[in-house]
Design a protein around this ligand. Structure first.
Ligand code: NAP
Length: 487
C-alpha cells in the first residue's frame, strides 16, 4: 500500500510516524516549503511562540522534559518537530520544495494520481491532505494597496532582512499573531500604529524562562511532567466549558478576563477603544501580559477607525486621517475557508472537492468526504480546537487513518469511502452542538459567509478523542481492487 501525504507540518509528520509504526512503510510526504515544519517553518515573526503549553503542544509519545518555558518559542517547537522526525527516520520520507497542484482519483485503476508543480506524477493507493487550516496568508483587498510605496509583508512571511529600527510602522490586525509581535516591534520602531478592527478578550500569559529549580523538578522528579500535562489538559477543557456555556462558566472567565484587562489598561479612553463588544470566547481568547501594556507606550498609537484606503505614503482611515508609514505589517490572519485549495482535488467520477464544498466544507469527523475514496484530511473541517492542543486531534486522526488503512489492507486493498448518509448525519449532529455556545454569538474566522461554523470542533478534546478512537468499518463503503487486465 502506497500512501502519499501532502504537507509536512505536525499533522503530516504525525501521520507518517503512525503509519510506519504499524507496518505501512511506503509513505512519502510532499512539502512545498524548502524545509519541513509547516506553521512553525512559516511563522518566524519576532515573539512567535505557541500559547498552548509545550507539555500539551507535543506528541504523547515524544514528551520532552527540558522545555525552556511553559509556552515554547517558535525555534524550540520547530527544533522539537525536526528532532522527533529525524529520530524516527521520517525526515527521509519528506520531499521538500515540492508543491502539489492536483490530486485525481483514477476510477479504473482505483488509485490517486498526484501532480506536482514541476510536472511529476506520483501514484498512491491513499492520500492524506495535511495542509492545515491556518496556512495561506490573507491580506485584505484595500483600495489603493498597489499604490503604497513603502515596504509591506505578512506576519507569516516575516521579512527578516527589513530592519524596523527607527521606522514608522503600521500593524494591521490584532489577532493571536499580532499580540505576540506588536510588543517586539514597538521596541524597535520609531513609531508604531496598530490598526484594530475588533477588540479581543485577553487572559494573562507569563512566560519567563523556567527557573533552574523548577526546570530540574520537571526534568528529574518522576511524575511531575505527567502531572503537568494532565493538569493543563483539564485547564484547556475548562476553556471549552466556558465557550460551551457562556452564561455560567463563560461568565466566570469573562470576569477574570475583564479584571485582568482593567489592570492592564489604566487609561480609560484606551480601555474603551480596546474593549470587545461580543461574548467572551466567541472569537479566540488571546493570551498576553504584554500586548495591552504596549498600546500605552509613547511611541505606540492604537487606531480603531476603519481603514478606507492606502495611499503611496501609508493608510487613510474613515475619519480622514492620514497615517504615513515606512512599512505595513499584515497581521490579518489566514484564508481559513480555503483549507487545501487552490490544490485541485478530483474524486470519483470527476467530482471536484471545490464544488462539493461550495456551500461550506464538511467531512466525517473532519477526515473523510463522500465521493473521495481513500482520501483523508488532517486538521480538516470542524477539527480546530478553541481551548486545547491541536496535536491531540492530529494524533487521534493519524491513529484513525492508520486503522482505516489497516482494515483496507486486510480486505485485500481497493478503496474505502465514507457513506454519504453517515457523513451527513455526523455533520448535522455536530452543527447542532454549536447551539447556545459562545461561538455563535459573533462573526469570526470560524464561520463561513452563511454563518455556519466550519473550522471548529464543538466540544471538548476528550470528545473528539473518544469519537475517533475506533475506526467503524460499517460507516464506509469498500471497493475491491480491480482485477488485473489480461494481456
Ligand atoms: P487572526 O486571529 O485571524 O487575526 C487577524 C486580525 O486581522 C484580526 O484582528 C482581524 O480583525 C484583523 N483583520 C482582518 N482583516 C482585516 C481588515 N480588512 N481590516 C482590518 N483588520 C483586519 O490571525 P492571526 O493573528 O494570524 O491568528 C490566526 C490563528 O492562528 C489564531 O486564531 C490561532 O488559532 C493561530 N495562532 C495561534 C498562536 C498560538 O500561540 N497558539 C499564535 C498565533 C496564531 P477582526 O477580529 O475584526 O476580524
Amino acid at each position: 500500500m502506497r500512501v502519499l501525504i501532502v504537507g509536512a507540518g505536525f499533522g503530516g509528520v504525525a501521520a507518517a510516524i503512525e503509519l510506519r509504526r504499524h507496518g505501512i512503510d511506503d509513505v512519502t510526504i510532499l512539502e512545498k516549503a524548502p524545509d519541513f515544519g509547516g506553521t512553525w517553518f512559516y511563522n518566524s515573526y519576532p515573539g512567535c511562540a505557541c500559547d498552548v503549553p509545550s507539555q500539551l503542544y507535543s506528541f504523547s509519545f515524544a514528551q520532552r522534559r527540558d522545555w525552556s518555558r511553559l509556552c515554547s518559542p517558535q525555534e524550540e517547537i520547530l527544533d522539537y518537530l525536526h528532532g522527533v522526525a529525524r529520530s524516527l527516520g521520517i525526515d527521509r520520507l519528506i520531499k521538500t520544495n515540492t508543491r502539489v497542484t492536483g490530486c485525481r482519483w483514477e476510477d479504473a485503476a482505483c488509485r490517486w494520481s498526484v501532480t506536482t508543480e514541476a510536472g511529476d506524477v506520483h501514484e498512491a493507493d491513499a492520500i492524506i491532505i495535511a495542509t492545515g487550516q491556518l496556512h495561506q496568508p490573507s491580506i485584505p483587498a484595500i483600495p489603493g494597496a498597489e499604490r503604497f510605496a513603502g515596504h509591506s509583508f505578512h506576519s507569516a512571511r516575516w521579512d527578516h532582512d527589513y530592519d524596523l529600527t527607527d521606522k514608522r510602522v503600521a500593524v494591521v490586525g490584532t489577532g493571536a499573531s499580532a499580540v505576540q509581535f506588536v510588543p517586539e516591534v514597538a521596541e524597535r520602531a520609531d513609531e508604531l500604529t496598530v490598526f484594530q478592527r475588533t477588540g479581543n478578550w485577553f487572559l494573562p500569559r507569563q512566560n519567563r524562562r523556567y527557573r533552574p529549580r523548577v526546570k530540574a523538578l520537571i526534568e528529574h522528579v518522576p511524575g511531575v511532567q505527567a502531572y503537568r500535562r494532565w493538569f493543563m489538559f483539564e485547564y484547556c477543557e475548562a476553556l471549552t466549558l466556558a465557550i460551551r456555556h457562556p452564561r455560567t462558566f463563560g461568565h466566570l472567565l469573562h470576569l477574570r478576563s475583564a479584571l485582568f484587562m482593567r489592570s492592564q489598561l489604566r487609561d480609560p479612553e484606551l480601555r474603551r477603544r480596546v474593549w470587545p463588544d461580543y461574548t467572551f470566547g466567541c472569537k479566540r481568547v488571546l493570551f498576553s501580559s504584554t500586548f495591552l501594556a504596549t498600546l500605552g507606550q509613547p511611541n505606540v498609537e492604537l487606531v480603531t477607525e476603519r481603514i478606507e484606503q492606502m495611499t503611496p505614503e501609508g493608510i487613510l482611515t474613515a475619519d480622514g486621517r492620514r497615517h504615513d508609514v515606512d512599512c505595513v505589517i499584515w497581521g490579518t490572519g489566514f484564508k481559513t475557508m480555503d483549507f487545501m485549495f487552490p490544490l485541485e482535488i478530483i474524486g470519483a467520477q470527476g467530482r471536484d472537492l471545490r464544488q462539493t464544498w461550495a456551500h461550506g466544507a464538511h467531512a466525517h469527523l473532519g477526515m473523510t468526504v463522500p465521493g473521495f475514496p481513500s482520501m483523508f484530511v488532517m486538521y480538516g473541517p470542524n477539527t480546530n480546537t478553541s481551548g486545547g492542543s491541536i496535536i491531540f486531534y492530529e494524533e487521534a486522526q493519524a491513529a484513525y487513518i492508520r486503522q482505516a488503512l489497516q482494515h483496507l489492507k486486510q480486505r485485500g486493498g481497493g478503496a474505502l469511502e465514507v457513506r454519504p448518509e453517515v457523513e451527513a448525519a455526523t455533520d448535522r449532529e455536530l452543527q447542532a452542538r454549536f447551539a447556545g455556545t459562545a461561538w455563535t454569538r459573533c462573526d469570526s474566522w470560524y464561520r463561513d459567509t452563511t454563518g455556519r461554523i466550519v473550522t471548529n470542533w464543538p466540544g471538548f478534546m476528550r470528545d473528539y478523542l473518544e469519537r475517533t478512537r475506533e475506526f467503524a468499518p460499517g460507516d464506509f463503503r469498500f471497493t475491491p481492487k480491480p482485477a488485473p487486465v489480461a494481456v
